[in-house]
Design a protein around this ligand. Sequence first.
Ligand code: PHB
Length: 362
Amino acid sequence: MSKDLFTPIELGPYHLPNRFVMAPLTRSRASDGNVPYALNALYYAQRASAGLLISEATQVVPEGQGYIATPGVHSDAQVAGWKLVTDAVHAAGGRIFLQLWHVGRISHTDFQPDHAAPVAPSAIQPKGKTFTGSGFVDLSMPRALETGEIAGVVAGYRTGAKHAIAAGFDGVEVHAANGYLIDQFLRDKANRRSDQYGGSIENRMRFMNEVVDAVAAEVGADKVGVRISPDNTFNDIDDTDPVALFTAVATALSHRGLAYLHVIEGDMAAPSKPHRVDYVALKAAFGGLYIANFGYDKKRANDAIAAGRADMIAFGKPFIANPDLVTRYLLDTPLNAPDDKTFYGGDSHGYTDYPVLSGVPA
Ligand code: PHB
């Protein structure tokens, strides 16, 4: 029988009842100290019928923050806060991975310890703005990491993964997408280094490989996924040869026994622009479980799974507005529309108060 969103699947050590992934979604609703709290636990638990939940991007070290009220996983209070989330998700029958994040140069001195410059592979200021306590401000000029500092940053990801498991997460996703630190090392618009972390594709992949290997050594490779965005120019990032670079990335990751590769299949900054990368070829180069993400709806998702172009599909906005998305797609009932005014920051409004179908178990 042909496969679709409702066909169970094995992911690492886990048996998933369906192929829905809740995409990682920044909601900027952590409490003081960037600590998750009960409201966040309710939000994730409401969506626990997805085969796999991926947490919002979570800074592994204080320097990894670039936006207001994003959660961290470096302090004891943050680990305790995340435990509320994982307990609630597990009680509701779900599974959740934590997304390990370092924004690199997509930050502002206001978020940095001692108001220092954000760190990056190279001292190139990205075009763009972020929202701080003083409103929308330009991203700050970063400083280039010294070669000798890089092992310490890799260790930050490893400690973040250790904390994630201590907080009850079922695994972790390494955020190597969307112009954040790992992607800054990968792509030549942001990486102009002349040491072993810059220049050739092999050198630009070194930081990603070191992070993935450190995290896998900590939690087990079969509990580690990686997210990439080969065509994305969001956050002022690009590469002169994305096909060669990301074929090499998928091939490098294929040897590591990972749980999955999660791919944003387009350019968030120009969604209708034709993509340069062949995602069927990319999936083949990786060879393992492939999660696709980029504005999928039920039909495109089922077609992609049936054709073998994807194993699972990650949905973002549909899960923001429809905690019971799995049931709604099963029954072909209409979806709630997401309210973009409540995507970032605030309270329960637009977060945990979207209606679910009545009389139907979620
Ligand atoms: C955002 O806050 O806009 C954001 C955060 C993480 C991403 C992408 C976008 O990966």
